[in-house]
Each structure stands twice: as C-alpha cells, then as structure tokens.
Design a protein around this ligand. Structure first.
Ligand SMILES: [Zn+2]
Length: 240
C-alpha cells in the first residue's frame, strides 16, 4: 500500500455538473413559454379515469402525479391569457362527481376551482366507463361553438362501455388527444383529429404536464414548447 498522498483533481472551471436533486419533482418540470393568445379561443378539457387500474399503486398512472402535473400546465397559462377567452375544465369518468365546468384560465378564482377538481373525487365510484364524461364533453363543445375544444382523455383504455365508445370519441366535435397511461391507446382511434400518446412508468416526470401544456398552447403565437418529440411537428404548425 502506498502512502504517497494522491493529488485530487482540481475542480473543472466553468462546467461543474450540478447534481442537486430537486426537493419536489414538480419543481424540475420545464414546460416552456405559453406565447400569446390565439385568434380563435379554445377550451382544453381533460377527462380523468379514476378507476383502480389507474389510481391504485401499480396502476397505469405513470408517476402517481397526473393531477399535480395537470395543474402545473393550467397554471402556466394563467399569467399569459390576455384575451380572457382561454378556457379549461375538468371531467372525471364518474361524471359529474368532481367535474369543473369550463372557466377562464386567467381567473385566480377559477384556478382554485381547477385545483379542487384535479384530484380523485371524494366517494368516486372508480368506474371504468368513459360514456358519461364523453357525453358531458359533447354537451360542452356544442355550448361553446366559437371555441375550438381540445379533449384530452387520460386512461389505461380498459373500458367497460357498452356502446361503441371509440366511434363516439372519433366523431367528437373537436381535437382529441388520447393518452394511454402505461398502455397503448386503441389503434382504432387513429384519425385526422385524434392523436395518441402513450405515457408509461418509464417516462420522466412531467410527461402529463407537457402533454397538456402542448394542447393548451397549440396555435399560440411565439410559444416555446418543451414537449415529446412526436408531438412537436404536429403542434408547431403556423397559427391560423
Ligand atoms: Zn387568452
């Protein structure tokens, strides 16, 4: 054994990699910059599946954090809506329990409502049925003809609906982002107005927040979007 003291390498100047772990993962999630309001106002409407296969430990929810991540995305828009027409809402599979009707993203009071709605509703039945919340989404879309409605369905797609729910989803009057929580969305869903996205346990934290932020900022002028690569090309089209 040598007793010669070893020289320690001096710290590299300039590029010392930082390995500081953030206290909360949410704090490390970067979404980008929302940009300026589009000419046609829009409503972004997520539908959450709270059934056991998603909500319980080991279920399809990738980081157990989908609600907090959704809130991050909505909050990112609050300061940047100047038109007052950018809307959001929340629907749950056990509609209307825990639902939040559409409201203005820039309103502080409405953001508080969103916070209330972005959790598993109390006494939720945990049904695996999309139909009731999809019916509510259709009603909302019809009631807001001047808005572009963007529906985001977050589920593991283990659905127990009786009728042909996928056909109904395909004919939804608006854009649909079908997110598969640790599952692939059904291949039958692929269509012009439907984009499918799988978010799995292996994805880094923030995948749900980025997906929603992408929907919230599609067509917003000047936005900078740190998103999943396969969404970028579709999402960065010139504003109409
Ligand atoms: Zn706006």
């Amino acid at each position: 054994m040598s007793l010669t003291p070893r020289l320690q390498p001096s710290a590299l100047v300039g590029e010392v990699p930082r390995q500081v772990k953030p206290k909360k993962e949410a704090a490390a999630i970067e979404l980008g910059w929302p940009g300026f309001c589009p000419r046609q106002p829009r409503l972004v409407l997520p539908i959450f599946d709270d059934s056991g296969s998603v909500s319980l430990p080991g279920g399809g929810d990738p980081v157990g954090n989908r609600y907090q991540e959704a809130l991050l995305a909505f909050e990112a828009l609050q300061e940047w809506c100047s038109c007052g027409k950018c809307l959001a809402g929340v629907l749950h599979f056990d509609s209307p329990r825990g639902d939040v009707d559409p409201g203005k993203l820039r309103s502080f009071t409405f953001q508080q409502h969103l916070t209330q709605g972005l959790r598993v509703p109390r006494f939720a039945a945990g049904s695996s049925v999309l139909g009731p919340s999809l019916a509510r989404a259709e009603e909302i879309a019809v009631s807001l003809p001047k808005h572009e409605v963007r529906l985001v369905v977050l589920t593991d797609w283990q659905l127990f609906d009786n009728d042909n729910i996928l056909d109904r989803l395909r004919s939804f009057p608006g854009a649909v982002l079908a997110i598969g929580l640790n599952a692939d969305p059904p291949a039958e869903l692929l269509g012009d107005d439907i984009v499918s996205l799988r978010i799995g346990h292996g994805d880094r934290p923030g995948a749900v927040a980025r997906a929603l932020f992408g929907e919230l900022t599609v067509g917003r002028r000047g936005r900078r979007f740190i998103g999943t690569p396969d969404r970028d090309s579709a999402a960065e089209e010139a504003p109409k």
